[in-house]
Ligand binder design. Structure first.
Ligand SMILES: Cc1cc2nc3c(=O)[nH]c(=O)nc-3n(C[C@H](O)[C@H](O)[C@H](O)COP(=O)(O)OP(=O)(O)OC[C@H]3O[C@@H](n4cnc5c(N)ncnc54)[C@H](O)[C@@H]3O)c2cc1C
Length: 407
């Protein structure tokens, strides 16, 4: 956040910001001496996981998570803008990310929206404290962009439900206690009406979690096979047959089109541009510094301008009076523009590095522990997970520009 924006902040917000900044300075964990994942999509080993879980617990114990969630469910009942301040300061400090992203940002807000009192009391606080980690079981081998084609089946029994099927690309399933699960409860009903949404316990019999390896050589996501895996009656979130509507609410949170998160980093584009500028000042290209190369310099300046436009756009999105023409446009653009912006930024960094881009993890000569080439490769996942860029463009075309609906 720029100095100008801070100057106009109300006194109590500025005070909170100062307090959080001081806390971060005192408590931000030291480099653990082993490779940390760049995001929650690449958590592989138990020691990475425990380090990150411990950090989230500390942030929660300090009172900086769930600020905007009701006090009876572990939060503080404060206005959302106070949680935003904490999130901004986490990013600013380049603190480790909070590992329970799916719980904090997608499952938690969806449970707050659709959960019974008992469900809210049971699930929300352990999300904030990272005691219970969540994963998302939406995608299947035959149902990604076309999510409503999901075939994983939940069959009713006297005690609850039995799940049989196959989910894929399930981030963090290997460390999760719970899954938000989209499953078909009525194969005879229409594609959308036959789906229900569940809070599924991962530690029951009949669940097999198998790791999948990405092009970076890292793990972090999985496929999950269910073979008559049981869940209780109270696992249903919302009404039976309402799964599509509940899942769409989750996706609004996931794509940044709705806010309600219990906390976590915001997209740290300002910090990334500063890191790019610092790299440009050091990297050597064509006999000089990358920062002196007119073409690279021009592209870096363009990204800086875009970053400022994104920052101002997100401020604008929060002021209803400035969005009367197209109320949802900025929010619906969120995922698309941030994921593609970050990809172009990492790509430019790799160009500045030149041949050094090929030096990979573990190579003593790798620049910044190969953070940039790793970020570039990981950026592709961000343009796919939660809905691909093509799907996001379809949504914008249909809902913002009013173009005819795609089939
Ligand atoms: C890093 C990562 C993490 C993920 N984590 C999770 C997770 O935790 N839980 C989970 O449930 N899922 C997760 N996913 C899955 C993700 O949601 C799907 O990959 C995504 O929705 C795309 O589905 P698909 O892979 O089946 O591709 P497909 O739907 O088969 O698409 C293939 C290509 O066709 C294009 N396409 C498809 N339909 C259209 C259309 N109508 N118009 C134009 N183009 C179209 C797509 O854009 C894409 O380029 C993750 C994915 C990634 C990459």
């Amino acid at each position: 956040m720029s100095e100008l924006a801070q100057e106009v902040e109300p006194k109590e917000v500025a005070e909170l910001r100062r307090e959080v900044r001081a806390w971060m300075q005192a408590h931000k964990p030291a480099d653990p001496g082993f490779k940390l994942p760049q995001s929650f999509l690449e958590v592989e080993s138990d020691r990475q996981f425990e380090f990150l879980r411990d950090w989230q617990r500390k942030v929660f114990d300090a009172g900086y998570l769930g600020l905007d969630w009701p006090a009876e469910y572990g939060g503080k009942g404060d206005p959302l803008k106070r949680q935003r301040v904490v999130s901004q300061e986490l990013s600013r400090a380049r603190a480790p990310f909070l590992v329970n992203v799916i719980g904090l940002q997608w499952a938690g807000p969806t449970i707050l929206h659709y959960g019974t009192e008992a469900q809210k009391k049971r699930y929300l606080k352990p999300i904030l404290s990272a005691e219970e980690i969540w994963c998302q079981g939406f995608s299947e081998p035959g149902a990604g962009s076309d999510l409503a084609s999901a075939t994983t089946r939940a069959e009713r029994t006297a005690e609850g439900w039995l799940v049989t099927g196959h989910k894929v690309w399930t981030t963090l399933a290997h460390q999760s206690k719970w899954m938000i699960l989209l499953a078909r409860t009525d194969p005879g009903a229409g594609k959308y009406e036959g789906l229900s949404y569940f809070l599924f316990p991962m530690d029951v019999a009949g669940v097999t979690v198998q790791p999948l390896i990405k092009m970076t050589g890292e793990g972090g996501f999985n496929q999950v096979i269910f073979d008559r895996a049981p869940m209780g009656r109270d696992a249903l979130l919302g009404q039976e047959g309402q799964g599509w509507q509940v899942a769409m609410t989750t996706l609004l949170f996931e794509r940044g089109a709705a806010e309600g998160s219990g906390g976590g980093q915001v997209t740290a584009s300002a910090e990334s541009v500063q890191r790019l500028a610092s790299l440009a000042a050091r990297a050597r290209r064509g006999g000089g510094r990358a920062a002196e190369d007119p073409v690279l310099r021009d592209r870096a300046a363009q990204l800086w301008i875009e970053e400022e436009a994104l920052r101002l756009g997100s401020l604008r999105a929060r002021i209803p009076g400035l969005n009367l023409d197209r109320p949802q446009a900025l929010r619906l653009m969120n995922k698309l523009v941030y994921s593609e912006f970050n990809q172009r930024l990492a790509e430019l960094a790799c160009e500045m590095l030149g041949p050094a881009t090929t030096l990979w993890l573990g190579d003593p000569h790798a620049v910044e522990r190969a953070e940039w080439p790793r970020a570039y490769m990981n950026s592709f996942g961000m343009t796919i997970g939660g809905g691909t860029s093509e799907i996001q463009r379809n949504i914008l075309g249909e809902r913002v520009l009013g173009l005819p609906k795609s089939k």
